[in-house]
Write a protein that binds this ligand. Sequence first.
Ligand SMILES: Nc1ncnc2c1ncn2[C@@H]1O[C@H](COP(=O)(O)OP(=O)(O)O)[C@@H](O)[C@H]1O
Ligand SMILES: [Mg+2]
Length: 583
Amino acid sequence: MSIRRLPEHLVNRIAAGEVVERPASALKELVENAIDAGATRIAVKIAGGGIDLIEVSDDGCGMERDEMALALERHATSKLPDEQIEAVSTLGFRGEALPSIASVSRFTLESRVRGGDGWSRIVDNGALEGEGPAALPPGTRIKVEHLFEKIPARRKFLRSARAEYAQCVDVVKRLAMARPDIAFALEHEGRRALAVQGGEDRPDRVAALTDRALLENSVGVDFEREGIRLGGVAGLPTFNRGVADHQYLFVNGRPVKDRLLAGAVRGAYADVLARDRHPVVALFLEVPADAVDVNVHPAKTEVRFRDPALVRGMIVSGLRRALDEAGHRSVQRPAMGALGMWQSEPLGAELALAPSTPAQHAVWDRRPGFITPAPMGRAEPAWAPPPETIAYPLGVARGQVAKTYIVAEAEDGLVIVDQHAAHERLVLERMKKAMAGGAVSRQALLLPEVVELDESACDRLEARIAELAEFGLELERFGPAAMLVRATPALLGAGDVKGLIADLADELAAFDQALSLKERLDHVAATMACHGSVRAGRVMSVAEMNALLREMEVTPHSGQCNHGRPTWVKLAHGDIEKLFGRK
Ligand SMILES: Nc1ncnc2c1ncn2[C@@H]1O[C@H](COP(=O)(O)OP(=O)(O)O)[C@@H](O)[C@H]1O
Ligand SMILES: [Mg+2]
């Protein structure tokens, strides 16, 4: 047996085994490089979960032509100027990311320094394929395509594009959280998944990347001891979640995954939170360079503390102290959510309602008993409304009857609206409009929800995952008999996710396999709309009722529900007079 040195391309590929485990790890290296290059804006584009394409563009320092060649060589780095790994201030230092990634993908590197010309180098699975001039603004753009295409063994270990994509989002989120001074944008298959402006302060940035409501539901952490400083944001105990995946730790600006953090957080919240609930925290630890070793993991996601007990103690005390100052504050989320349902979409411009149609009279006439039961509901003080208010076709809300119907006074009569049917219709129309515009915005669930269904229902849903995503519903298969729901269409608001998924599965069972969901838009959207709507039996405030009326007035087809029944009826003044025998 003779010993030989492996050729460079093989060495790179072996290194890639550690550095580039999956699309998200390649993405992490590229974004870190952009940060190290002093970028103020970093734009990421992903397709096929990052397996098909990862593209990272930055406006950083760029590279000269000869530097580009060097950058693709192993152990070549512009970092570590004084060769002190312990004191490294950049995210990168190993000089192996670019050659490793380029050895397992089709890799296009384009770069331009300020005042220079752009140049590009294309490397296909480790072999230089070409180079030449490139047109790009100052900075660097790197495209990674067809990751692991030539390495089936690696490819097999990847999960679904959805799952890989989720990891990519997590990578960008963590790095964006570490650097609120930099603007980040992430696009997935042409759709914007994340965008934050540069120059935000830290709590704003953390909230923008986790949950906007965190701003009102968190306390700042700022604690120092023995040269170690702990800063960041800690969610109020009442702002808790069922999973611990919204806990972020950064050590000297570097996102790290550390078991120490989870334990320390649990300790800090132990007496204010149930065991199966988890807080949202983003903690930034600044420690002296000699107190931590960052070079213990090829992907640099783990660190080793010289004194883990000290760090743990710091986190527990820092968090406890911050939480003590929160006093009586408690979660502020639900009320906001309810209002948001009315305001999440801009109003249409079309006035679609005739004030009163014969058909609606007919319905009213056929149901004379409708007004006989003793009224049960709330009445609002009957201030005389200003003239312009009463000119609304559907009038001004006066109260609610049986927690189901809105009673409004219009200029020419009394309007009664079926709140559930009307709202369902509005949601459906909003959804159709968003679909036509190609962009249904999603709302990530605070905690992904597991919905148990029978296996064939899961199969049906799984077969339609990509199509459902276009409706804003993000699903993943979760074992043989469950689906994981990550996001729902934003315009549904927080609804009954389990019911929605179960109904959709039923709806799909009734479908002809040949039909696309788009062709059955009305059915799918209606099923969703039904779940996103104000239920009969919910007490509404006057402001909510009026908002509903105003939106109905400008939404096409809002006069009928999804099953063709009227959403509102009007009793004209003349009709009221008839009831009283005055005419
Ligand atoms: N986006 C970028 N902008 C400017 N220079 C870059 C960029 N990406 C990589 N480089 C250069 O290429 C070198 C090699 O990158 P990499 O392989 O990731 O190793 P490391 O980041 O550990 O130095 C970097 O040291 C840097 O000089
Ligand atoms: Mg690097």
